[in-house]
Structure formats: structure tokens, C-alpha cells
Design a protein around this ligand. Structure first.
Ligand SMILES: N[C@@H](CCC(=O)N[C@@H](CS)C(=O)NCC(=O)O)C(=O)O
Length: 254
């Protein structure tokens, strides 16, 4: 019997990608929830699985697979008969992978800035400078990210820059949807490119950035459609959205 264990966190956008894929494929899995603000991802046992000290990590029959994008491809390779999300021909695959890389490089990186400034910052504000620096130093992947945020948050220029990147990513997404004829990014079938982008768009909507696609019905329609997918609800169980954990953010949604 196949055993799948997912180390993840409810509100982590990278984790949400993998939960969606597992749910879409109807695979049962054990979910280990890490508290990222208690530092569970930096404990020796977890670092032995994922030396980057980030979630998600999938353990499949004892084999460790890290990085959400890699995990998505792995699951589609190992379980190709259950809700396949990779096109058959190499040219389409290449196009899908280019979308996945773009998503990680542009919107998935940019969304961290408003997420930290608007929601996560208070977790760090009660720390002393020494405690904060020690925490940053203990992060294998995110040391510089945390230091540039500091205990007062990312400065306005960095917030503006992130908003610009998010806005441009929405324009790019709109173009993909129109080029392929929709309703999914690659056309008629849901692909890994949709799963990669989904948590970023859901997060943008959650923190009141939905105005960025007010004039883009293809993007709004895509969001509605992915929310209606049977895998969506079990993926976004209560506590997965920031507005559920940080109610003050609801005011931003207007
Ligand atoms: N490229 C990695 C990035 C993973 C990542 O950044 N995870 C975040 C949550 S979305 C995390 O674990 N952060 C914990 C920390 O910064 O200490 C992936 O896609 O899996």
C-alpha cells in the first residue's frame, strides 16, 4: 500500500498547491501540520527531510520529495492515471513548465511581501533585535528575506514593487487565458500551471487585491472555476485563508 505523508502548513501557498494535487487525484495522505511561527520547519528532524527549512515536503513510501513545483510533477508522474495534469506532447509540456517557472519567479515571490507586511509581521514585532537576528540566521533559505523585512516591515518601495509585479503577472495570466481560449491556462484541460498559480490568486483575492482583475473577466472566470473544482474545498479547509486567521484583513476586501 502506498503511504503519502505531507509536511505542510495550512496557510502556506506552496503547501496549498500540493494539497490541491493530492485531493484532485483522490489520494489519501497523512497531513502533518507545521507551525511556521513556532519554528517547526527549523527543527533538526524536519531539516533532515528538507534542509531548506520550508514547507512543503512529501514523503512517499519513504522517499522524500521537496519543493512544491517538483512535488506536483512527481505526483503527476507517479499517478498519471488519476486526474493527469501534464499535456502529452513535449511542446505543450514545455509551455506549461515555462508558466510554472514564471509563476514561481514573479507572482509567488512577490506575494510574500504583502503577506508578511499585512499579516505575519506582528509575529516578529515582539522579538528583541537579537532574537530576530538569530531567527533570520537560522533560516537556510529566507535569511536575507527576513532581514530586509526587519521588525518594522518592508518599506513602501518594496511593497510598491511587489504590487507592480503582481499586477504584471495578472496581465500575463490574462494573456495566457486568451491565447489558449480558456477556461484553463493551457486551454481546455486543467494543468499543473493552473495549480501553481492558484494559491497566489486566491491569496491576492483574500487580501483585497482582486481589483487587479476587475476589468479582466477571463481571470475572474478562471478563479470562479478553480474554486468550483472538487479539490478546492478540502484544500482550503478552515484556517487556510489569511482572513480566517487575521480577521482585520477582511476590512481590506471592502
Ligand atoms: N520553492 C519552495 C518554497 C517553499 C516556501 O517558501 N515555503 C514557505 C511557505 S509558502 C515556508 O515554509 N516558509 C517558512 C519560513 O520562511 O521559515 C517550494 O515551492 O516548495
Amino acid at each position: 500500500m502506498t503511504v503519502l505523508v505531507l509536511y505542510n502548513a495550512p496557510q502556506s501557498t506552496c503547501s496549498q498547491r500540493v494539497r490541491f494535487s493530492l485531493n484532485a487525484k483522490g489520494l489519501s495522505f497523512e497531513e502533518v501540520r507545521l507551525n511556521l511561527f513556532e519554528g517547526d520547519q527549523l527543527k533538526p528532524d524536519y531539516l533532515a527531510l528538507n534542509p531548506n527549512g520550508v514547507v512543503p515536503t512529501l514523503v512517499h513510501d519513504g522517499n522524500v520529495v521537496t519543493d512544491s513545483s517538483v512535488i506536483l510533477e512527481y505526483l503527476d508522474e507517479v499517478f498519471p492515471d488519476r486526474a493527469p495534469m501534464t499535456p502529452a506532447d513535449p511542446v505543450s509540456r514545455a509551455r506549461m513548465r515555462a508558466m510554472m517557472r514564471y509563476t514561481d519567479e514573479v507572482p509567488a515571490a512577490a506575494i510574500r511581501i504583502p503577506s508578511y507586511n499585512l499579516a505575519f509581521l506582528p509575529h516578529f514585532q515582539s522579538m528583541t533585535e537579537e532574537e530576530f537576528r538569530a531567527l533570520a540566521d537560522s533560516k537556510p533559505l529566507r535569511r536575507e528575506f527576513l532581514l530586509s523585512m526587519g521588525r518594522t516591515g518592508f518599506p513602501k518601495e518594496q511593497m510598491d514593487e511587489a504590487m507592480g509585479r503582481l499586477e504584471r503577472a495578472v496581465v500575463r495570466m490574462d494573456g495566457w487565458l486568451r491565447d489558449g481560449g480558456g477556461p484553463w491556462l493551457m486551454g481546455e484541460s486543467l494543468s499543473l500551471a493552473d495549480v501553481m498559480l492558484m494559491p497566489v490568486i486566491v491569496r491576492m483575492d483574500d487580501i483585497g487585491l482582486h481589483r487587479m482583475w476587475a476589468e479582466r473577466p477571463a481571470v475572474a472566470g478562471w478563479l470562479e472555476k478553480i474554486r468550483a473544482h472538487p479539490a478546492f474545498r478540502p484544500t482550503f479547509y478552515f484556517g487556510s485563508l489569511l482572513t480566517e486567521k487575521y480577521p482585520h484583513l477582511r476590512e481590506r476586501r471592502g
